[in-house]
Write a protein that binds this ligand. Structure first.
Ligand code: SF4
Ligand code: SF4
Length: 106
């Protein structure tokens, strides 16, 4: 059940929870974003995408290593501009039907 803040609106996390992804439930699907985490975990010193991705697709584990998963991506495009290390590759439009959020391809 969702809750509302003092202004009576949903939080960002709650709003993200309402997003409907076309790739939900698929076991094999081609990602529309590929991240070379070798770069993330070797030469990148700031790891900014772990802080700016609104869907938390970029995460840091306890050892400080970056991991990426595209399934919850809301296609905001932030990481495409935020990464200055050449680690993020976008393939858009999506390489096959069934990717992304419904408001983009629906
Ligand atoms: S800024 Fe680029 S290289 Fe650094 S962690 Fe994010 S995706 Fe990886
Ligand atoms: S496009 Fe936006 S939501 Fe998707 S992985 Fe990049 S920063 Fe995250």
């Amino acid at each position: 059940m969702s809750s509302t803040n003092a202004k009576g609106t949903l939080s960002v996390a709650e709003r993200l929870g309402t997003v409907n992804f076309r790739n939900q439930g698929r076991s094999e699907s081609k990602p529309h974003i590929v991240v070379d985490t070798e770069i993330c975990n070797s030469t990148c010193t700031h790891k900014c995408t772990t802080r700016v991705c609104p869907a938390k697709c970029y995460t840091l584990d306890d050892a400080g290593l970056v991991h990426f998963q595209y399934e919850d991506c809301i296609e905001c495009g932030t990481c495409m501009y935020a990464c200055d290390q050449g680690a993020v590759s976008w393939n858009f439009p999506h390489p096959e039907e069934g990717k992304g959020v419904n408001w983009t391809l629906g």
